[in-house]
Write a protein that binds this ligand. Structure first.
Ligand SMILES: [Ca+2]
Ligand SMILES: [Ca+2]
Length: 195
């Protein structure tokens, strides 16, 4: 069963939870991990992160991923691979993901059990991108889920009937071997079939 989905729930008015100054454990929605910058966000969301066991993360401050570590934006080493169920509350804050290199996917959702739910308990928050976006591996037509439409999209791309963008090629290369081929089509079909 494929659970890899991307949900943008928009504004959800929820009773304000009393603010806790300390960084939470992230094990429940009432005790979210507070991320004040990109690296704290990385630590929770990434399967390589120090706080990867945390499921609930709440943005604690506005931040822009620019001029980090001497770069003008995110680089490949900053990419986050999400392979578990995660909940991100924008908490009325503004987060702008700027990449130094074009077509970077800072937030990659991969795997059968991966899910990123984004909402905003306060309202007025915003997640925006420059040279970057959230990517769901296998979602070649970029409609937010993996379906037979993606199989068709990739097959048409291989046949030359349509040209896939760089983002689409990245999302279609499910086996991550650097090219889009019939092997990727098979893998997308397996994802849909729940193998
Ligand atoms: Ca799709
Ligand atoms: Ca491939």
């Amino acid at each position: 069963m494929l659970l890899a989905t991307l949900m943008l729930l928009g504004m959800l008015p929820i009773l304000a939870i009393s603010a806790s100054a300390a960084t939470g454990s992230g094990t429940s929605i009432n005790d979210p991990f507070i991320a004040n910058n990109y690296y704290q966000l990385y630590s929770v969301l990434s399967n390589n992160g120090l706080n990867r066991k945390a499921q609930y993360v709440k943005i604690g401050a506005d931040f822009i991923t620019q001029n980090m570590n001497g770069y003008s934006g995110l680089v490949r080493d900053d990419t986050i691979t999400i392979n578990a169920q995660k909940h991100l509350d924008l908490n009325g804050k503004k987060v702008e993901l700027i990449s130094q290199i074009k077509f970077l996917c800072p937030l990659n959702i991969e795997g059968d059990n991966a899910q990123l739910t984004i909402d905003d308990s306060v309202g007025g928050g915003e997640l925006s991108y420059k040279n970057a976006k959230i990517c769901l591996l296998g979602d070649a037509n970029m409609d937010g889920n993996i379906s037979v439409l993606d199989v068709t999209e990739v097959q048409n791309g291989i046949a030359g009937a349509l040209e896939l963008s760089e983002y689409q090629n990245k999302l279609a290369d499910v086996n991550n071997d650097g090219s889009v081929s019939v092997n990727d089509v098979t893998q997308i079909q397996n994802i849909i079939a729940g193998f």
